[in-house]
Design a protein around this ligand. Structure first.
Ligand code: ADP
Length: 421
């Protein structure tokens, strides 16, 4: 086995995973801790238990002596209130929890710049403001920040990717003053660093967990950005398409793209900007018609070079955000052919057309032309669909290095070390 250089820890929706990479970026080992149930997935104590368990598992099989850095990614928008001893004050609010106090959401609507990712019903800033009103709160932290602190980092520190939806200003590189007008005491927010930038050396807290003295903490990222990095995409024009329940496309850009109407905002990662958009179309539509067995059986019979030409727009119900923004946009799944195979192929063609117009839309908004595509998610396992997409998009389809966000977090350490020697 190669000596390990970077440790990445991923706090995902279903569990914790930790990956060790060697200096050349190859995966040495990975450990996983699935959350036992949905209720415990909300508990910071479970998150920490998962981290300790994953580290112990890796330590049982590897020497950490050559480790140069550790970074953490967490679910984007999950926040918790912490007291002066670093202990959580009450429950955390998860990435998909609505803010219990609607008036905060409205206040942000009135105060935040029109293209701020802190706006909206699922605003992370609204959750942060709500939590900041609990008594005894010293700091508001994102999930990844809190894990980094538990690993021993002395100063509460976040990264630009986790801080974006909490209202951080990427241009001015500070927490903007309008946050105060929304009711957020900026003094309670963590210091923010560029994703992947080196922080302090390992402290006594980290040594006690088995991390070596030469190792550093690195500013981490969100699970979404980590998943992008995991694929190996890293140059302007590199696209990653997620064919999961929804269709999500992400593109590395030279400049940020922000289009609030399309739900698009951009993260700064290393030397590029990561812009992404999510369609309401995707695999969930396929799932309403076919189960896993049927999909498997039909996949090998698809005819990627003989399109049906049915021009569907597959949606579960009316409404689309990206590439088109129209809350009333109608699904188009008719006429339904008599055989299921043709119907399945037409749905895949429909999603493919949306993927193509998604990349076109990002280019219209100022992004680069997509130059290559890596694919992740359940639909990535369908080679005939990949062929259909290659025909439609006309760019090289590249193999994804890894589908593990923890690998992305670890590669952020390696890239950050090179970027900020
Ligand atoms: P999630 O976004 O929920 O994490 P996954 O990445 O696990 O989803 O992908 C699940 C989706 O993959 C399902 O909605 C299903 O429609 C789609 N899928 C699974 N197998 C195939 C296949 N052979 N062809 C096309 N789509 C598929």
């Amino acid at each position: 086995r190669k000596p390990v250089a970077a440790l990445g820890i991923d706090l995902g929706t279903s569990g914790v995973r930790a990956a060790l990479l060697s200096e050349d970026g190859s995966l040495v080992d990975i450990a996983a801790y699935p959350f036992p149930d949905a209720a415990s997935a909300r508990l910071p104590s479970t998150w920490w238990c998962g981290v300790k368990s994953s580290l112990a598992e890796l330590a049982s099989r590897n020497s950490f002596a050559s480790l140069k850095g550790v970074a953490v990614d967490g679910t984007s928008g999950t926040v918790l209130a912490v007291d002066s001893g670093g202990m959580p004050v009450g429950e955390a609010l998860m990435y998909n929890d609505p803010c219990p106090d609607r008036t905060i959401v409205e206040r942000i609507g009135a105060q935040a710049p029109s293209d701020s990712p802190a706006r909206g019903e699922t605003s992370a800033l609204a959750r942060a403001i709500h939590l900041s009103r609990r008594s005894g709160v010293r700091t508001i932290m994102h999930q990844a920040d809190w894990i980094l602190m538990n690993l021993g980092l002395a100063t509460p520190t976040s990264d630009e990717n986790n801080a974006l939806k909490t209202g951080y200003d990427l241009a001015a590189e500070c927490w903007p003053n309008w946050l105060e007008a929304c009711g957020m005491d900026i003094a309670l927010l963590p210091v923010v660093k560029r994703a992947g930038s080196p922080l302090s050396r390992i402290t006594a807290g980290g040594l006690a967990l088995g991390l070596p003295r030469e190792c550093r903490y690195f500013a981490g990222t969100t699970d979404g950005c980590a998943s992008f990095l995991a694929t190996g995409a890293s140059n302007v024009g590199d696209g990653v398409t997620a064919l999961g329940s929804t269709l999500v496309i992400k593109l590395a850009c030279a400049l940020p793209i922000n289009a609030a109407n399309n739900g698009i905002y951009s993260h700064r990662v290393l030397d590029f900007w990561l812009a992404g958009g999510a369609s309401n179309s995707g695999g969930a539509v396929i799932r309403t018609f076919f189960d896993g067995e049927q999909l498997k059986a039909m996949t090998s019979k698809l005819q990627p070079d003989a399109p049906t030409g049915l021009a569907y727009y597959p949606l579960l119900g009316p409404g689309e955000r990206f590439p088109i923004n129209d809350p009333a946009y109608p699904p188009r799944l008719e006429p339904r052919p008599s055989d299921d195979l043709t119907f399945f192929q037409a749905i895949l063609e429909g999603i493919t057309a949306i993927e193509k117009s998604g990349y076109d839309r990002l280019a219209e908004l100022g992004g680069p032309r997509v130059l290559s595509i890596r694919t992740v998610g359940g639909g990535a396992a369908n080679p005939a669909w990949a062929r259909m997409r290659e025909n439609a998009l006309g760019v090289p389809f590249l193999a994804s290095r890894s589908a593990e966000a923890s690998v992305g977090a670890a590669s952020l350490v390696l890239a950050g070390k090179a970027r900020w020697p």
